[in-house]
Design a protein around this ligand. Structure first.
Ligand SMILES: Cc1ncc(COP(=O)(O)O)c(C=O)c1O
Length: 397
């Protein structure tokens, strides 16, 4: 995104030399669309070093390993056990990022036009995966990102849903976190209807309350399937995620994983096995950093865009903003001509119903965040005025 150039209008320049992704002319897009907060510089060098001996011993050990490198599966299993979800390594499948975990699970449960229940709004990559395999997607009512448990109950009982996809801790895009009581009710529903419930916990380490609430998987037997990832704390380029599920489900997923890619990179998995034990320390640092940036971003928004409304997220890298008027898609296009990329809320909705929302990430460094809000305020001035001079000029036929 950072190499997109602006079209047309003059852009207020940002004269801070320390901003890495603003070009000399200050005319590059500020990326408030991405969720990437990991800073690899924060990792000690010795953790990132892989010697030729390491590679040789890896290569001597195994050829293809569709379930994942055993040492990493064990480290992840131990971590779940320490979090109150007793787990054996054969209940863990390593995936190429959490995105592949979502894709494999939807393929397993819903590939032949099966019904998937998902929060509305939901994670855009899950929506894309479900759509691309032709699943029947049914949106669940949410209130400020919290799934409406009676709507979920009604739909689970009424529809033949094959799978439910939720983010109980740090929802994407709203940053909502479900209470322990809600999680209990959801776990009971999964058991009563014998429906698999996928809890995508990719953003969960970024919930500001730390680990004070129990994991959904700790509240139920075999029906809860958990997805995790190292992308948000460490590095998305590692492409390491996982599924925690019963051993038979892991076995079925492994067959799909063979078809997809025969197994994830062993080199990445060796690095990942070193990083998993550091999750808690890194999460604490990252949360403190996010909270600081959220305070700055919220007060800048309240000052310069007082008509925009949002509920403070309980974690994660985004603010889910409701515009007082107009369509988020059109505003996002206008904002781009002013040098900020934000995501229109409709993209995250199974029925495109959240069109008055925007997902705005606040993970950029403080100077960049201030510049982003100033640009958004300028864009809003034009947009709310309805004046066409800065509107995008794409011809759509
Ligand atoms: C909820 C959720 N699931 C999955 C993913 C994909 O993560 P990964 O980089 O591990 O594939 C993301 C990325 O933002 C996410 O927010």
């Amino acid at each position: 995104v950072s190499n997109l150039k602006l079209r047309g209008a003059s852009i207020p320049s940002v004269a801070t030399p320390s901003l890495k992704f603003l070009g000399a002319g200050g005319d590059e897009i500020i990326d408030c669309a991405a969720a990437s907060i990991a800073e690899i510089d924060a990792l000690p060098s010795e953790l990132l070093e892989i010697s030729s001996d390491d590679i040789r011993s890896l290569a001597a050990g195994f050829v293809y390993e569709p379930l994942g490198v055993p040492a990493l599966r064990k480290t992840i299993a131990d971590r779940y056990s320490s979090l109150g979800v007793e787990t054996n390594p054969d209940e863990v499948l390593i995936t190429t990022g959490a995105q592949q975990a979502v894709e494999l699970l939807f393929t397993l449960f819903a590939r032949d036009r099966g019904t998937i229940l998902m929060e509305n709004p939901t994670y855009v990559g899950a929506l894309d995966a479900a759509r691309s395999m032709g699943a029947a997607i049914v949106g669940l009512i949410t209130h400020d990102g919290i799934v409406d448990v009676s709507d979920l109950r009604d739909k689970m009982e009424r529809l033949p849903a094959r799978v439910v996809y939720l983010m109980t801790r740090c929802q994407n895009p709203t940053g909502a976190v479900l209470t322990a009581q809600m999680c209990r009710e959801i776990a009971e529903l999964g058991e009563a209807t014998d429906t698999p419930i996928v809890d995508d916990m990719t953003l969960s380490d970024l919930a500001f309350d730390g680990r004070s609430r129990p994991l959904l998987a700790s509240l139920s037997g075999g029906n809860i399937i958990t997805i995790g990832s190292l992308s948000k704390l460490f590095w998305p380029g590692l492409r390491v995620g996982w599924v925690r599920a019963s051993a038979p489900i892991v076995g079925r997923l492994a067959r799909l994983k063979i078809v997809a890619d025969l197994g994830s990179s062993h080199v990445s998995q060796v690095l990942a096995a070193r990083l998993v034990p550091l999750i808690d320390d890194f999460a604490a640092t990252r949360r403190a950093q996010l909270l600081e940036r959220l305070a700055l971003f919220s007060s800048a928004l309240q000052e310069q865009l007082p008509t925009w409304s949002f509920r403070a997220p309980e974690g994660g890298p985004f603010v889910w903003v409701r515009l007082p008027q107009g369509d988020g898609e059109v505003f996002a296009a206008t904002a781009l001509t002013y040098g900020v990329q934000v995501l229109p809320g409709a993209r995250m909705s199974p029925d495109v119903s959240t069109s008055e929302f925007l997902r705005v990430s606040y993970v950029a460094k403080p100077d960049v965040l201030r510049a982003a809000v100033a640009r958004l305020a300028d864009a809003w001035g034009t947009f709310a005025d309805g004046s066409p001079d800065r509107m995008p000029l794409d011809v759509v036929v």
